[in-house]
Design a protein around this ligand. Structure first.
Ligand code: FES
Ligand code: MG
Length: 571
């Protein structure tokens, strides 16, 4: 048996080993320091991340599995991000969380780690960290909430907030009725139950091969999640014995599987920036275009909100991720292994679809081509994305006059102005909302429509923005425009009245202004004045070092891996 990493701390009879062992004893058996694998449980449980608040119970189940398999489990609370609570956007802190988690995994006497996440940014941050320290690692996704209902109708987290609030603005729902729904939406522990970013990242993590098979998508209150957590604890000890590390699981083939899964489940556009960032930590050459190349032609099989009707509890009941992946098995990489050491496809064996309304067969998909489309053009030379599954078919090819907003404040101040020169064919443009500009690339791209148009029955318009959109949102929204306006992108030069041309089939997004004229224009002064100029601290470091959305919006100094070695002793 190879020597454990933790033996660098615990083995021997010198003063260093004494110090490391003595402070950790506190009731631990002697054997804990005699060659047993030390398994950290990187735990994002936090009362301020309500979607992850139940993870302490999951950690307890993981611990039992680790002890049972002969390891020593160690709870390690790590930076946690509550999507709905943190301002200005949880995305601003994703890279910081990843950095802090990476450093704590490396600095501590551990041999491997179980990663507990759920809410949107927590699994991406954990995976980025695990990739950069490359210790044996496995994820337990915390799972979605149970379905809440209001007046007999299911409520989808996030999606129905956007829907109902637009109904209030349209005058078809009273403010009282809207507030009545609030306490019905969050029925149980767990993360958002729509196919938002949290559900997407949990499922995509399993497709990447980073979970104990069959765990992703299990509702948070389902007792089977605790059984899976227990088995994951056992598996963590096996991973260490086999020296199976993220770099051997997260290969180009496993990213292919993740992209196929992302398309088939109709997953969140946010998965694009997260997967690019994880790949960037591993040196896997994943590009924005791979999402279009691999994802286009993959059918949409899962009828979940926001693109469809059902919720995560329904998806699990209908057969879960494995049933979906089995339908598209021919598109998967057959060699990409999971944390079990066996290929993903070998774990799909018995999966079946139990409800063909929720999970469609390959023969009867919801859409033939569900992949996220990558657009380019003089408005987005480095790329932009759109999710056709969440868009209106009649707007996928569109020409309309730009109505430009220089900041989110400018947008809110003017959007409901009855005098605003806007009609259903207009294209709403919001800029200064990229990683550097806001800062943190918030989920503001799915701009609410002008009230006067809502009242006239308009429910979708083409929107263009350098920010992100909530995975629970919908609409014909061109997102992640790169380079961002605050970083010299041409989006900063568009003027109200310029014709914008969207052609998703041709993968184009352009402003129909002669190129020489566009080049000669200066970026908008109002936008330049409105963008963030942080003076110190993380925000300053972030704005100085963050890369574009087209490569995953990681910080330049965090790309790659440093491995698990620590050169020097502490005393
Ligand atoms: Fe946490 Fe949606 S707010 S997953
Ligand atoms: Mg979100």
């Amino acid at each position: 048996m190879t020597t454990l990493r933790s033996a660098q701390w615990y083995a021997g009879s010198d003063r260093h080993a004494y110090l490391h062992r003595a402070w950790m004893r506190r009731g631990a058996p002697n054997s804990a320091f005699e060659g047993r694998p030390q398994v950290a449980i990187a735990n994002t449980a936090s009362d301020l991340t309500p979607c992850n608040a139940h993870l302490d119970e999951v950690a307890t189940a993981v611990k039992q599995g680790v002890w049972e398999a002969g390891g020593v489990p160690l709870n390690l609370p790590v930076v946690s991000l509550g999507e709905t609570q943190v301002r200005p956007t949880a995305m601003l802190w994703r890279n910081m969380a990843a950095m802090a988690i990476e450093e704590m995994l490396r600095a501590n006497p551990i041999d491997g780690v179980v990663l507990l996440g759920g809410c949107d940014k927590t699994i991406p941050a954990l995976l980025m960290a695990a990739a950069s320290v490359d210790l044996p690692a496995v994820v337990v996704p915390g799972g979605p909430m149970l379905t809440g209902t209001f007046r007999g109708v299911p409520l989808g987290c996030g999606t129905d907030v956007w829907k109902l609030s637009e109904e209030v603005r349209a005058g078809t729902l009273s403010a009282e009725q809207f507030l009545d729904s609030e306490s019905s939406m969050i029925r149980s522990r767990g993360h958002c139950n729509t196919m938002g970013t949290a559900s997407t990242m949990g499922l995509v993590t399993e497709a990447l091969g980073m979970t104990f098979p069959g765990t992703a998508g299990l509702p948070a209150p389902d007792s089977r999640l605790l059984r899976q957590a227990h088995d994951t604890g056992r598996l963590a000890v096996e991973l260490i014995a086999a020296d199976r590390r993220p770099s051997s699981v997260l290969t180009a083939g496993s990213f292919r599987n993740a992209i196929v899964a992302l398309a088939a489940i109709g997953g969140s556009t946010n998965a694009v920036v997260h997967l690019l960032a994880i790949a960037g930590r591993l040196g896997v050459p994943l590009t924005l275009d791979d999402f279009d190349r691999i994802g286009s032609g993959v059918p949409l099989l899962v009828d979940l909100q926001p693109a469809g009707r059902f919720l995560m509890e329904d998806m699990y009941r209908a057969g879960g991720l494995h049933a979906v992946l089995r339908e598209v098995e021919d598109l998967l990489d057959k060699t990409a292994i999971t944390v079990t050491g066996r290929p993903l496809v070998e774990h799909l064996g018995e999966a079946r679809i139990w409800d063909r309304e929720v999970i469609r067969t390959r023969a009867e998909p919801l859409l033939d081509d569900a992949g996220i489309a990558v657009l380019r053009g003089n408005l987005a030379p480095a790329g932009a994305i759109i999710k056709p599954a969440a868009a209106s078919p009649h707007l996928l090819r569109h020409r309309g006059k730009a109505v430009v907003f220089d900041s989110v404040e400018d947008f809110h101040a003017r959007i409901d102005d009855p005098e605003l020169d806007v009609d259903a064919d207009s294209v709403l443009v919001l800029r200064g909302c990229g990683p550097k500009g806001y800062p943190g690339m918030p989920e503001v791209s799915n701009m609410p429509l002008p009230q006067k148009l809502l009242r006239a029955g308009v429910r979708d318009m083409v929107r263009v923005c350098d920010g992100r959109m909530s995975g629970t949102a919908y609409g014909t929204v061109v997102l992640h425009v790169a380079p961002e306006a605050a970083d010299g992108g041409p989006l900063g030069k568009v003027r109200t009245g310029d014709p914008i041309v969207l052609d998703v089939a041709a993968r184009r997004i352009d402003v129909d202004v002669p190129q020489e004229e566009l080049d000669a224009r200066e970026p908008s002064v109002a936008m330049t004045e409105a963008v963030a100029k942080p003076r110190r601290g993380w925000e300053q470091l972030y704005v100085r070092t963050v890369l574009g959305a087209d490569t995953g919006a990681d910080c330049d100094f965090l790309l790659g891996s440093s491995g698990d070695q620590v050169a020097r002793e502490s005393h």
